[in-house]
Ligand binder design. Sequence first.
Ligand code: HMG
Ligand code: MG
Length: 297
Amino acid sequence: TLPTQVKIVEVGPRDGLQNEVAVPTAAKIALINQLSETGLSVIESASFVSPKWVPQMADSSEVMAQISRRAGITYSALTPNLKGYELARQVNTDEVAVFGAASEAFTQKNINCSIDESLQRFAPVLEQAKADGVSVRGYVSCVLGCPYQGDVPLADVVKVAKALYQMGCYEISLGDTIGVGTPLAAQKMLTAVAEHIPMANLALHFHNTYGQALANISACLPLGVSIIDSAVAGLGGCPYAKGASGNVASEDVVYMLQGMGIECGVDLTKLAAAGREICQHLGHGPRSQVALALQAK
Ligand code: HMG
Ligand code: MG
């Protein structure tokens, strides 16, 4: 049955901006501050990865140190290893995320190791986070296809999702990294994972490369999923996934949820304004149909 409430995890400042032209640190801070006024409860704000791999996220410490934090909002960041975790904690990151993939080839290209090695690297992050009382999210990329391998067996998705959950990740975000999924495949994938992990702990993280993200989300909502990752203005992609485009646009998700009578607590007008403002630094307009429609009104 449909959830009555959905938690939106806004990933624009991280997943979005990691794959756009580099924007000034002040513009990132302004974006996060503006998003903080929209009613969002989680904002993925930074990524503590190698600056050689993702130069766009090199100012993550400055961003986390300088944003104006609003009580009740979780400001999270990616941390692929203990080094990233320590940097994140130095600037009081509330929550961190480790990121694996269901495809060997993608794992190798993205974080330079095998799936097994990646899990070994995450273990000390989870251990330290537990000691510090910090929650850890776990991403699984390529849940509906891989840019290098093509099809990804559901068994591999389930295996990595389960491993991250058993390791202590409280929430597992299922990434259609290259946006190749379609509604029935998305339902099948979610159903398979939900046989092993409670639905309440699963998030959908769908990119919109083939324009299917919103359709896939609406197909999965009746299964009871209640956490959705999205990026304001449809920003983003993944620098190591050729052809990947942005995440599903937060404005589009919020509009759809409101229309379905599902609460998410986000002010659409303020959200769209935040999207328009960051786009002034990017050389393109919002990639959100809802944002464009609101602008034309
Ligand atoms: P490596 O080269 O195997 O690691 O990279 P290393 O430990 O040998 O370190 C190499 C250098 O990086 C060293 O510096 C380290 O100090 C430094 P050097 O001695 O050469 O000057 N280093 C770091 N610096 C800052 N922060 C760190 C860190 N760790 C090492 N945490 C590594 C391994 C994981 C670091 C690298 O492959 C990497 O940074 N990858 C990041 C890739 C990435 O960010 N991808 C995008 C995010 S994932 C995504 O977008 C998908 C998602 O949205 C879900 C979906 O859509 O499916 C989450
Ligand atoms: Mg992503």
